[in-house]
Design a binder for this molecule. Structure first.
Ligand code: 13P
Length: 249
């Protein structure tokens, strides 16, 4: 079981070496020990160096994607085993920026997640509805389909975390109300309970425009085990404040 709160920072396509090492270093220096779980997900190119910079800290390191095979003729791709080799403990999969922007479907995400689990990485599986789906009242239908379709074989509460990220909340400054997030998480927990033997114990994160100012209210809700942060994770002070707002020390 990961210690709560779980606060993960998805750097997306940000971080040249100097900036990445400064950011990772500032966090590592604050986190020789942690009561919760704080992790960063930098771009592939800096993973190895960041791993070395944070090795004396309690920070988790993860990658933002992986291929579904161990190795082979797949130009430009990175395998889960390569991420492990670079010092990662986790990988984000199924992010809407890859599902929508790069055409990844549920089955593909599931294969990647199965490879990640086989390699020994924790999978952070992202799901979320679009604005049109939300407004059409199709949120649960979309989430149920994504969950059933992309949940890897062999998943359990020790190797899987699910991140609920409504597409319309990512990078927009808009979020569902905390009560609404709690309601969806409760429903997701029920779905996971039906799909996996220990599904009710799978950690659930919320993602989408999380800042220090709203993180406390979101993480105070029952059923919210933590947050997946984009933009605000690029500022060490702000990211640390988010972790603290969730009760982490
Ligand atoms: P923002 O926090 O920038 O809205 O991004 C959320 C996200 O996509 C995390 O994976």
């Amino acid at each position: 079981m990961l210690a709560r709160p779980i606060v993960f920072g998805n750097w997306k396509m940000h971080g040249l070496r100097e900036q990445a090492l400064a950011l990772a270093g500032a966090l590592a220096d604050r986190a020789p020990r942690l009561t919760g779980t704080l992790g960063i997900f930098p771009p592939f190119t800096v993973l190895h160096e960041v791993a070395r910079r944070i090795q004396a800290s309690a920070l988790w390191l993860g990658g933002q994607d992986c291929h579904d095979r161990r190795e082979g003729p797949f130009t430009g791709c990175i395998s889960a085993w390569m991420l492990k080799d670079a010092g990662c403990r986790a990988v984000i999969l199924g992010h809407s920026e890859r599902r929508r922007g790069l055409g990844e479907d549920d089955a593909w995400v599931r294969r990647k997640a199965e490879a990640a689990i086989a390699s020994g990485l924790l999978v952070v599986l992202c799901i979320g509805e679009s604005e049109e789906e939300w407004q059409a009242g199709r949120r649960q239908e979309v989430l149920a389909r994504q969950l059933a379709g992309s949940l890897p074989e062999g998943a359990n509460a020790a190797n899987l975390v699910v991140a609920y990220e409504p597409v319309w909340a990512i990078g927009t400054g808009r979020t569902p109300r905390p009560e609404e997030i709690a309601e969806i998480h409760l429903w997701l927990r029920g779905q996971l309970g039906r799909l996996l033997a220990d599904g009710e114990r799978v950690a659930l994160l919320y993602g989408g425009s999380v800042k220090a100012a709203n993180a406390g209210a979101i993480m105070a809700m029952e059923g919210v085990d933590g947050v997946l942060v984009g933009g605000a994770s690029l500022d060490a002070e702000e990211f640390w404040r988010i972790y603290r707002a969730g009760g982490g020390a």
